[in-house]
Ligand binder design. Structure first.
Ligand SMILES: [Fe+2]
Length: 218
């Protein structure tokens, strides 16, 4: 326990994420520029409160065997400074599936770990920041988020979303609320993503991970 000001490695990880959302390019897109600003403003406001940090029980899952390689590759990439800050806190991360029923194909190929959110480790009800680990040759099924604006920041490896484009470390993928998206990873390297969820407080608190095929893209 304690606040962010005495958890130095977590403090610098959040600073690195803030910089990614402050200095990362929006590629000329107004909605993406607005999302970057929204995320960094929420993060800045939360850091000014010196939020509580709760220590979760470290937990590994099969896919975290790939984490070492993902961190090694990420420190060769433009995201190196951010990846090194992830490496600092990696031994303390609590990797989970987040779903009541995990599709069989994902059990050995996927996990997520929380950085900031309603249940910690850094406690916030206005922004969720997490990490996702994906093995090579992984398909993360189509899903969407109700009332949540999401971005994925690629830290290591290469991925595709909705079979449109291939994204490398430093790329930011933007998913507005209810936008269906499906991710695939390259054949030879694991993928480490950071993601941000911004939305109304009740949506952030009640957000469930689920795969839905009912929603359609806007
Ligand atoms: Fe998503």
């Amino acid at each position: 326990m304690g606040t962010l000001s005495v958890h130095i490695d977590w403090h610098y990880l959040l600073r690195e994420l803030w910089q990614a959302y402050r200095f990362g390019s929006a590629g000329g897109s107004k909605p993406i520029r607005a999302h970057l600003k929204d995320v960094r403003n929420r993060l800045n406001a939360e850091m000014l409160t010196d939020p509580q940090v709760v220590e979760l029980e470290p937990q590994r899952l099969p896919v975290t065997d790939w984490l070492g390689r993902a961190l090694d590759q990420g420190t060769q990439a433009p995201t190196a400074s951010l990846v090194r800050s992830v490496a600092r806190i990696a031994p303390t991360l609590s990797w989970r599936y987040g779903y009541d029923r995990v599709p069989r194909g994902l059990r050995n190929k996927y996990a997520f770990a929380e950085i900031m959110g309603p249940s910690g480790p850094v406690v916030s009800e206005r922004l969720i920041l997490d990490l996702v680990m994906l093995a090579p040759s992984c398909t993360y099924p189509s899903h969407a988020h109700d009332g949540i604006t999401e971005s994925y920041l690629c830290l290591s490896g290469t991925l595709s979303e909705n079979d449109v484009g291939v994204y490398a470390p430093g790329s930011l993928l933007y998913n507005p609320p209810n936008h269906m998206h499906r991710i695939t990873t390259g054949d030879f390297e694991p993928v480490l993503l950071a993601y941000a969820w911004a939305g109304e407080r009740d949506k952030l608190i009640g957000q469930k991970m689920s795969f839905s095929r009912k929603l359609s893209s806007p």
